[in-house]
Design a protein around this ligand. Structure first.
Ligand code: ZN
Length: 366
């Protein structure tokens, strides 16, 4: 394949802010960096549309630039990355002939290709500009709250994340994400802004970007441990093959609660029921940890006609979509990372290997 290039612009092209994500391709046909100068020169990097169907970042950005800064100088320079306008045209995460862009950044596991070389170049260009912070904006599916993910546990990174949400997720897999590749150099976040197209997701993201633009610096002073609730992934939960399952009152071996996705990002006490069991012929669920070990018996008890949690845990990405459950998984389980506000913290184990291979929109890391 011929080498791929990205474009650089020093202004917003006429009419671009009028276009929804699906129409950007008419003016921008591939990855594009747009430099907008502000009062403080060190830029804030904002990345949108790495996944073409995740439009909240672009919606927030164009509203920010149209309303707040149409005539006013930006408080800080902005470096915008518009990732995949070709996929956005078709409202797809990526096109069939494209890899997942947010797995192609330096340090990833994608084989060397025109795309990994392209993202290496964009990465080098970002580094050259010594950004204050990098914010990569995504959406997911299902009923999930908005949250920020970090790849390094440090006060300034956590502080920035907590300005978006008090719940923060730590991940080091999948590799090859923008935020992970820039984490070595500056605070970098992956933002998960709920489902694409939700107006409150755009509002929240817009307010956060506005806050970031006004930060003079990001303090490295210890964060208050009550202000940041930090979690990491400890297991992936599957419905065992051949188990008849469904939701609500239906004839099945495993009848999951109809409102199961309400549990996403809730810290559940032990003894919480996921649903009812009717003479299952095998263990209905299995939980696999980051080493690939079966840890079902640590998390679930099936002895009382129900699926009950055995210890405090917090599920994420619970879905009511049978196809997603069969092809991918039921949910991820997360544990709280306890840290003292005045203590240096080292990271826990990385995420389960399986998550790195998952192409599930809304896998916990962008
Ligand atoms: Zn995404």
């Amino acid at each position: 394949m011929a080498s791929l290039e990205f474009k650089e612009l020093d202004h917003i092209p006429e009419g671009l802010l009028e276009r929804p994500a699906s129409a950007l391709y008419q003016q921008i046909d591939g990855p594009t960096l747009i430099h907008l100068e502000g009062r403080i020169k060190r830029p804030l990097v904002v990345s949108v549309l790495q996944h073409g169907n995740e439009v909240t970042g672009w919606e927030a950005l164009r509203r920010l630039l149209k309303s707040h800064y149409r005539f006013d100088e930006l408080p800080r320079s902005l470096l915008i990355l518009i990732g995949n306008p070709r996929a956005a045209k078709h409202r797809l995460r990526r096109l069939d002939d494209q890899p997942d862009f947010n797995r192609c950044w330096p340090g990833g596991n994608e084989p060397d290709s025109a795309y990994t070389r392209l993202f290496q170049k964009i990465h080098d260009r970002m580094r050259e500009l010594d950004p204050l912070a990098v914010i990569d904006i995504h959406n997911n599916t299902g009923l999930n709250p908005h949250y920020a993910a970090v790849n390094v546990i440090r006060p300034d990174y956590l502080r920035l994340a907590s300005l978006f949400s008090s719940k923060v997720v730590f991940f080091t897999k999948p590799a090859g994400t923008l935020s992970l590749s820039m984490s070595e150099y500056c605070p970098s976040l992956t933002l998960e802004c709920g489902q694409a197209g939700e107006i409150h997701g755009t509002d929240h993201t817009l307010a956060f970007l506005e806050t970031c633009l006004h930060l003079e610096e990001i303090s490295n002073k210890p964060v208050n441990a009550d202000a940041v609730h930090l979690f990491h992934m400890v297991a992936t939960v599957y419905v065992n093959e051949n188990v008849l399952f469904g939701f609500g009152r239906i004839p099945a071996e495993l009848a999951l609660r109809e409102d199961l996705d309400k549990f996403n990002f809730c810290e559940l006490p032990s003894g919480t029921s996921f649903g009812d069991l009717f003479n299952p012929t095998q263990t209905p669920l299995k939980a696999i940890n980051s080493d690939g070990d079966d840890v079902t018996d640590d998390y679930f008890f099936f002895g009382r006609g129900q699926v009950e949690t055995l210890k405090e845990t917090m599920p994420s990405m619970l879905t009511l979509d049978r196809r997603v459950i069969q092809q991918d998984c039921l949910c991820y389980l997360m544990d709280r990372i306890h840290f003292e506000s005045d203590e240096e913290v080292t990271g826990p184990d990385p995420l389960p290997e399986g998550i790195a291979r998952s192409d599930r929109p809304g896998a916990p890391a962008g």
